[in-house]
Design a protein around this ligand. Structure first.
Ligand SMILES: Nc1nc2c(ncn2[C@@H]2O[C@H](COP(=O)(O)OP(=O)(O)OP(=O)(O)O)[C@@H](O)[C@H]2O)c(=O)[nH]1
Ligand SMILES: [Mg+2]
Length: 341
């Protein structure tokens, strides 16, 4: 299972254009709004120079990068929660994603209908925000009325907690902005509220003009990315065209609080894996093989750069660089791990 990022925004802002540039999948792209109906789903390799450097010394038969999933979701419009445009059901596709990548139209093109009627990033963000908040309000109302049928004390506590959140949401506050304890934040996660998800904003623009946007955002010309996505590294250099997609993938990885560890399978395969920061060695073992979490006894660990420096696992052992850890060890970004079961 990989972590997933939902590509969200108004129709015709370039969501499928980005999806195609990232995944190289042939998807429908057109200048008419509401082109995408069912979501497009694709896995994207996470570029990581460390993986190549480890492979250079281990010389495995196979090199496998880790992946992150992107989901290209149908366009939302004002009033979607009341059934406008393609309606409410598409908001549900966002629920299953771990983060939101919101695309905002900042390119002018008379051939491509502008659903908002103007280039106005602030207004566009506000429009989407309201739809997500309305959906959360609906979800919370439903959850609370379901719980109200039960009467035990534990349920009552849950109802109070959700009612507090519902009040803030109805005042226009996103769940991610609310002050919460770490425990509450973990609890709220199970409800998959849309405004609780971490979000990245991306202006799709081909101009150098700056927009008065207070929130942090990326600026990429998505059409150009799509048109040049087949170019090799070499061709890119010749044309002096730099892609921003690696930077975008890295930003998604960071906002999800993810880190990478590596395995070398006794020299057979060098592979990168994604886990959440703070994961324990035993949980991490479960990623590599579902059996490993229970059978986990210990693991040998060496930071990737130390392994690269000494050039082999056996040399790392001889120099005493391998650390033996138990199930509660918190895996660090860049650890190379050999699980012992
Ligand atoms: N000029 C210009 N056109 C773009 C850019 N990005 C996308 N387009 C065009 O805008 C139109 C809509 O692009 P899509 O990627 O289909 O947009 P979408 O957000 O997936 O739209 P829906 O699926 O309808 O929600 C297509 O004709 C694209 O070629 C851009 O950066 N500049
Ligand atoms: Mg589309």
């Amino acid at each position: 299972m990989s972590f997933s990022v939902g590509i969200v925004g108004l129709p015709n802002v370039g969501k499928s254009t980005l999806f195609k540039a990232l995944t190289k999948k042939e998807v429908k792209i057109s200048p008419r709004p509401f082109t995408t109906i069912s979501p497009n789903i694709g896995q994207v390799s996470v570029p990581d120079q460390r993986l190549n450097e480890i492979a250079n010394v281990i010389k495995p038969g196979k090199i496998t990068p880790t992946t992150i999933e992107f989901v290209d979701i149908a366009g939302l419009v004002k009033g979607a929660h009341k059934g406008e445009g393609l309606g409410n059901q598409f908001l549900a596709h966002i629920r299953n994603c771990d983060a939101i990548l919101e695309i905002i139209r900042a390119f002018e093109d008379l051939e491509v209908e502008n659903v908002l009627g103007e280039i106005n990033p602030e207004k566009e963000i506000e429009t989407i925000k309201v739809e997500l908040l309305m959906k959360d309000l609906e979800t919370l109302t439903g959850l609370i009325s379901k719980l109200e049928k039960k009467k035990d004390r534990k349920t009552l506590k849950k109802i109070n907690f959700l009612t507090k959140i519902k009040e803030s949401v109805s005042q226009g506050k996103q769940v991610s902005e609310l002050e919460m304890t770490e425990e509450e934040r973990l609890k709220i996660r199970e409800y998959q509220l849309l405004t609780a998800k971490p979000a990245i904003y991306l202006l799709n623009t081909n101009r150098e003009t700056s927009f008065p946007l207070k929130i942090p955002h990326l600026k990429i010309n998505l059409k150009e990315e799509e048109e040049t996505s087949d170019l090799s590294e070499r061709e890119r250099e010749e044309l002096e065209m730099k892609s921003s997609l690696d930077e975008l993938i890295a930003a998604c990885y960071n906002i999800l609080n993810l880190i990478t560890f590596f395995t070398v399978a006794r020299g057979k395969e060098t592979k990168a894996w994604t886990i959440e920061r703070g994961s324990k060695a035993s949980e991490t073992a479960g990623k590599v093989h579902s059996d490993f979490e229970k059978k986990f006894i210990k693991a040998e660990i060496v930071p990737w750069n130390q392994l690269v420096r000494v050039s082999s696992w056996s040399e790392a052992r001889r120099e005493g660089l391998l650390k033996i850890v138990g199930k509660d060890y918190i895996v660090q970004d860049g650890d190379v791990i050999e699980f012992k079961i």
